[in-house]
Structure formats: structure tokens, C-alpha cells
Design a protein around this ligand. Sequence first.
Ligand code: NAP
Length: 261
Amino acid sequence: MSFANQVAIITGASSGIGWELAKVLAEQHCTVGVVARRKDRLDALVQEIQAAGGKAACAPADVSDRKQTVDAIHALRDQLGPVDLLIANSGVGVPTTLEPLNIDEVETMFKVNTLGVVYAIEAVLPEMLQRGKGHLAAISSMASYLPMPGESGYCASKAAVNVYMKGLRMQLRGRGVHVTTVCPGFIATPMTDVNTFDMPWLLSARTAAEKIIRALARKKTVYNFPWQMNVLMTLAQWTPEWILHRVLEGKAGKRLDAPAG
Ligand SMILES: NC(=O)c1ccc[n+]([C@@H]2O[C@H](COP(=O)([O-])OP(=O)(O)OC[C@H]3O[C@@H](n4cnc5c(N)ncnc54)[C@H](OP(=O)(O)O)[C@@H]3O)[C@@H](O)[C@H]2O)c1
């Protein structure tokens, strides 16, 4: 199955995975509506897609703002037609610090990563239910499966996405609306460009987007990739916390509860 002649909305399409998702879908003759805050980047993406013969439109919005998100997606729906596929992909990742506790950043991650998904779904689900068809997808993360020290805010915001999507999936059974949770490992994007540590099994954003679109076409419920990271995370979830702590301390070369610096 491909997404030809369908309408897809992608949030967080101004860079990284979202940008590539929009391009892969457009190459399959899917009409794409793209959302993010940076209008200049969205305009550039729309122009690139149109220059290659595809159909695209954009509407800027901050997905942590419910009204902006719903209005932007409704404007795209009015312009492009009923939405067949939503990919709620917008996300931010910043470390969680202890001293000082950076609650403002943790709050932002929950607003963008979790509520941003909830608001985008609000904009499309009622019409999908009326039509008895549609597909909701959220880009979560492998990080949702393991609360890494220093990343608890990000991991928790993504774990909430997994639970929300799973609950919706069960509630929507038999209503014609598919729900997919996507959990990527490390992908080379502006989000990870800042990382100074080794990122095992790092994939390009283009490869990630192609894998995600294939998984969505197959209507997978949960798509964890790459498989090596999936195996590692599955093992980690069954590993007692004290062993994980020792392994992570060994990798960090210091006590995890040591003050920074
Ligand atoms: N890269 C990885 O290794 C990795 C791994 C697992 C999961 N993910 C997830 O994949 C998704 C895409 O991340 P990426 O790696 O492609 O990072 P990225 O290149 O930094 O892209 C993030 C996108 O989210 C948008 N965004 C951020 N804050 C927003 C807001 N308040 N309102 C609307 N859009 C907002 C950004 O657009 P604007 O700044 O223009 O608003 C940008 O388009 C995220 O959900 C991320 O958590 C990434």
C-alpha cells in the first residue's frame, strides 16, 4: 500500500525527520500539509516539493498552543482536503538537570512532545471518525522505554505519548482509524547534532523517514527501530535497576549521582 492521492499532515516538518517524511510522502504522490514554527523553513520545503511536481502547503504553528495547532491543521484541511494521515512528529529534547532543577525545560518538553501530539490529534480525529477512516501516528522515541539519567523529562514526555497512543488504539478498535506509535533510535538531525557521545546504530533522517513510511503503509501498531536498539531496550527493561545503574556508571566513567562539573 502507498499513500498516493491521500492527504497527510506532518508536524515538525521544518527540519530533520519531519522534513524527510514530507518529502518521502510527496514522492509517493501524497499531498502533504506541513506544520512547525519556522515559516521560512516550511516555505522552502513546500517549494522543494512543488518544484519536484508534488503537492504541498504549510501552516505555521507552535504545537504547544492548542488553538494554534488546531487552527493550522484545520486551515490545511480546508486547503488540501480531508486528512487521511497525521504524523505528529514535533519534538524537543533537552537534558534534565538537578542543580538547578530545570522545570521550565521539562514543562516545554511535555507541552511540545506530549500535548503537541494530543492537540494535533484533536484537529483530525473527529473528521476521521465521521468518515470511518484515517491513520494517526506519533513519533515517540526508544528513549520512552528507559528513563536515562539526565534525560528523565524527555523520556517521560515520550513514555506518555506511548501510553496515550496505545489507549487510543484500543478505544478506536473497529472504528476504521489506525494508530501507530513510532519509536526511533538515534537519527542524525539537528536534535542529535549537538550530542558529544557515541550514538550507536545512527541512521540518516532520510533512511528513518523511508522506514517509518513503510511501517505506516503496513499499518504497524508500534514500530521500534533500528532492530539492534530495540533488542537492547527490551533487555534493558528486564534488567534490575541496580545493574543498569552500574553499567551506565561504567559508560559515563563517573558516579551518576555526582554533582555536575
Ligand atoms: N533525532 C533522533 O535521534 C530522534 C530519536 C527518537 C525520536 N526523535 C523524535 O523525532 C521527532 C523529530 O525530531 P528530529 O530529530 O527530526 O529533530 P529536529 O530536526 O530538531 O526537528 C524537530 C522539529 O520539531 C519542531 N518543533 C519543535 N518545537 C516545536 C513547537 N513548539 N511547535 C511546533 N513544532 C516544533 C521543529 O520545528 P520549529 O523549530 O520550526 O518549530 C522541527 O521541525 C521529535 O519528536 C524527536 O523527539 C528523534
